[in-house]
Write a protein that binds this ligand. Sequence first.
Ligand SMILES: Cc1ncc(COP(=O)(O)O)c(C=O)c1O
Length: 355
Amino acid sequence: MSRVFRRAADPPVAVRGEGVWIEDASGGRYLDAAGGAIVVGIGHGDPVVAAAVEEQSRHLAYVHGSAFTTEPLEAYAAELAEVVPVPDPRVFPVSGGSEAVETALKLARSYHLARGEPERQVIVSRHLSYHGNTRGALDVSGRPRLRAPYEPWLGHAIHVPAVAEYRCPAPGHPLGCGAWHANELERTIEDVGSGRVAAFIAEPIGGATPVIGDRYFLAHPKVSTLVVKDSAATPATLVAGTDYTADVDFGALQFLNLGSFTPPFKASYAYGAVNEVGIFTQPLPERYLRLEGLNTAQGNAKVLVELYRVAFDPLKEIAFISNDYNKFELEGSLLADATKPIDATLGSFGRIVQL
Ligand SMILES: Cc1ncc(COP(=O)(O)O)c(C=O)c1O
């Protein structure tokens, strides 16, 4: 019997990871498309990271932040400061998303206290959002099922409508939704009293929550005998047509109802043989483009345009995407060729020769 208080019923044992793949103890491979909770952005098993961790643990494992700083922390903060869109930033390192949210909420409160505005204590967030599972983060989160058991401990945050394309509550949807949501936020702040609001928190992209109406793709098309279950201790089976619809030909799911279920969801199914066509099988070629034409603005004088290095948009190159005959439309990136003389108009990208 496992001594782990598990968060999912009978999960596979992950033993190693490489790049986007996770491998379990029985050799099963999983495409880690979301990088866990969108945290393994550089992939698994990166040798540079492994070497840095090994090197650092030889020098120093841990010191408390209230007593010491360290060179790696200072270097990391300096590097991060270069890219965050905040003037003169400071970095407060924590160990995860919930702790980051708790800290951000406390920082907002501390800021207003320091400015002599102690009445600013309300946090505004969005319905259906996920900001973590610790108490403060849960309070700003807008997930009814996660909140339900702890409601007596919650209630300091106020929620505005979720910005979700499907079932968008804006009356003029799909037009003017951005302005409608901005107005809802403004109206809520005014209702609460603008002097009482400490912060507004929102996910730039809703990631941790399956979204009702969005399409989720199975690993295979031509699916049959599909069963979708949740991750409760006794997994519940979602009802096709009520909780989700499936496009079995394309292998896609659309959730209709997530109310009482415990994500993540697991789909088991059989799938048929398919014919696959390989595309993008080689590195994209760079092309030299030469146009011979007439300059109609200058008495039809002959003109030669040369573009030395062009990387065309690969989608425009796939023949089956074009429906039009005789249509000459190209899109791509123009690259400089440092070996060619500089042209007055096109620099080192090409030349225009009036003949
Ligand atoms: C937007 C957002 N905030 C906070 C969290 C909580 O992060 P953690 O699980 O590291 O506590 C998550 C996790 O999925 C998240 O997606």
